[in-house]
Design a protein around this ligand. Sequence first.
Ligand code: SF4
Ligand code: SF4
Length: 431
Amino acid sequence: MRTDFTPEQLADSATAVAEAVIRKCVHCGFCTATCPTYVLLGDELDSPRGRIYLMQNMLEKEETPSPQVVKHIDRCLSCLSCMTTCPSGVNYMHLVDHARAYIERNYRRPWSERLIRSMLSAVLPYPGRFRVALALARIARPAAPLLGGMRWSRPLAAMLALAPRRSTEQATQETPRPVQQKGRVALLQGCAEPVLKPEVRSATIRLLARLGYQTVLAPGEGCCGALVHHMGREEQALEAARRNVDAWTREIEGGGLDAILITASGCGTTIKDYGFMLRADPAYADRAARVSALAKDISEFLVGSDLPQGDGRGLTIAYHPACSIQHGQKITEAPKRLLERAGYAVRLPAEAHLCCGSAGTYNILQPEIAGQLGDRKAAHIGRLGADVIATGNIGCAMQIGARTATPIAHVVELVDWATGGPAPAALNLPG
Ligand code: SF4
Ligand code: SF4
């Protein structure tokens, strides 16, 4: 596709990357059919191709973004389904990330949006603050229907509705030494997952220890930065990336690391991109690239290990592939193969390529579209009549879990259970 950026504009490396992405798009429109917002809304401007047009126009003219442009970019889930479909290799992720940062710098949102976005970026990435916010949300939950009636407060209502009904325990900090050590791995502690589902970390550490891996929870590491990155808060995202690169570099150069493992695939997509995000920072570029090269989704790591065969207890699992694992990281087989090796019968729902609507903070910021996608996903999964739903991303677990009575567990919890660990907490089984 032809572009009209000036040489001065292209002297900026981030603009040059965006321009190269735009030029690759041949406007074939294949991506429209697999874009969840186009499928729901049927508007070209809510398709990848339409958004690429809008972003090109905004960036070339260096305009103050109009509310219309912001609306269509905000509606994008960053699910990256378009990247899987695109035959031209358009890196939509790098383009939309750049456009979001541009919007954040050049557009003044209405006060209610500024308030909710500031609140989310000040709370969600910090487990201590998030835990307090969840406790308050449980108290305020009865007000959710009232807030849902007013347009400006709908994100608040969505946030209250998503808060788990029960308080959760602290995630374990214990990392037992395996009897015979085969290797040493770091496990991302992150932000939301240890607060919402601390049992995922316990199952991962237990399973890795049985396989002979010493797990390290690197001091100083925290949120991967994805939540704020998707809101266009570039500096905050880069700050999170640098902090994590520092924390893991200390481990790499200390005891050594075979891998950096991630149990929330949304975070994995971002950590695998640290090398790109910090490419222009001479103090971090090399170390960030090394961290990205070591980053692995837990399923990607486990599938190469000598996991014993499990009996699967005769259960059928509906596997929900998160967008961040199938489109962001292009991992499609590993989680299914792990579950099958654990002895479960694995089924995939119809439209497995479409997002469930969680998408970081999307289900809070765009509750109507997210709600429709969530209901559509839960209905497809429900038709499988499975005993348990498995996924590898905390956002999807919360989004789908709010719409189904079927227990939902992380892939790793199910593999742990079938190979000697306790039953996933969501199954509510005695013992
Ligand atoms: S499929 Fe790729 S090349 Fe075709 S319109 Fe979509 S982004 Fe552009
Ligand atoms: S990232 Fe997802 S929602 Fe956004 S344009 Fe691509 S397919 Fe559509």
